[in-house]
Design a protein around this ligand. Structure first.
Ligand SMILES: O=P(O)(O)OC[C@H]1O[C@@H](O)[C@H](O)[C@@H](O)[C@@H]1O
Length: 312
């Protein structure tokens, strides 16, 4: 399809359109119109960087367990009846006339696609506001992935919302203990950049705490919203010898989630031991909802990249 440079549109096994982006060096990303969800992101060597559960239900309308579901207009279950909002369960369309962020550029070799979800009358039952939600996914020449979301208020009254890129990173083995033994029980997977910050603990009705550790490591269930975070956060994975770098704009919060063993068993579309190989770290806006007046637009951007690191 020549409308999209370095992008191919096809159908998945359930007849849902999907877009595959390829960089000149053969990194790739696959985006489904079901939920506007990035389903896969691979390096030029074909390594998968995002986790998808082997038990994921790929049939619409259920949200798929893995990749990068978009949480909007809520995170959690405060407003509508659908946890994390309803757009992750809806069918999006390709936006053929995207507003000029700057369009697909064949000369630089980047590949991109624009999707849009326009709220329907039926959606007013879940959230009584009319909106347009646009998503641009860019696969850059170096294989990094940029996601730019724009929410426009097309209603006649203001509304407020939360937003998250619910990103399931693929991880080597979260249970493995570091041989470095800087601290007792130091796991090989660490999240850096959130030290000394406040977080809301989802396991304790969003009670507020202050992070005391030098870096976040894992030895049990974690479900937290770190607030007012820096624009760059890292996930160091010694087992896989790689570091994910998350750079964000317009998204002050970061969710860190791993269900660990007990909770995993209670999630139907998730394998009992799959928690060992995933970690959700979401660029998000949750603590202070974003308010838009009629006609206003908000933009939230995240860039995901991966670098190799030496094994200790
Ligand atoms: O099962 P869902 O709706 O995709 O949610 C999974 C998890 O998503 C996380 O981001 C939340 O912090 C958790 O509380 C939640 O359990």
């Amino acid at each position: 399809m020549d409308l999209y440079v370095n992008a191919e549109v096809s159908e998945d096994e359930n007849g849902v359109s999907q877009v595959v982006l390829r960089s000149p060096r053969r990194a790739s990303a696959r985006i489904s119109l079901h939920g506007g969800q990035v389903r896969s992101w691979k390096t030029e060597k074909g390594e998968q960087l995002l986790f998808t559960s082997s038990k994921a239900n790929l049939k619409p309308p259920a949200a798929v367990r893995g990749g990068i579901p978009i949480c909007f207009p809520q995170f959690g279950e405060q407003v509508s009846t659908e946890q994390h909002g309803f757009v992750r369960n809806r069918m999006w369309v390709i936006d053929r006339n995207p507003a000029p962020l700057h369009s697909i550029d064949s000369s630089t070799g980047i590949a991109s696609i624009d999707l849009v979800y326009i709220s329907t009358d039926d959606d007013l039952r879940f959230w009584p506001h009319r909106f347009e939600l646009r998503l641009r996914v860019i696969l850059n020449v170096d294989g990094s992935l940029t996601l730019i979301s724009r929410v426009r208020n097309v209603d006649c009254k203001p509304f407020s919302f939360a937003f998250a890129y619910h990103t399931y990173f693929s991880i080597g083995d979260i249970r493995r203990i570091s041989q470095l033994k800087v601290h007792l029980n130091d796991s090989e997977v660490r999240v850096e950049g959130l030290e000394t910050l406040d977080y809301l603990d989802n396991m304790l009705h969003r009670e507020r705490f202050t992070e005391q550790e030098d870096a976040i490591t894992f030895e049990s269930e974690v479900d937290r919203v770190y607030v007012s975070t820096p624009d760059t956060v890292g996930i160091v994975d010694h087992e896989e010898k790689r570091t994910f770098v998350i750079k964000k704009e317009g998204l002050p919060d970061v969710v860190v989630w791993n269900p660990w063993d007990k909770k995993s068993k209670a999630i139907p579309d998730f394998g009992n031991n799959e928690y060992e190989f995933m970690l959700c770290v979401d660029a998000a806006a949750i603590e202070n909802p974003i308010t838009l007046k009629p006609g206003e637009e908000w933009t939230g951007r995240v860039e995901l990249s991966v670098t190799s690191s030496l094994k200790h």
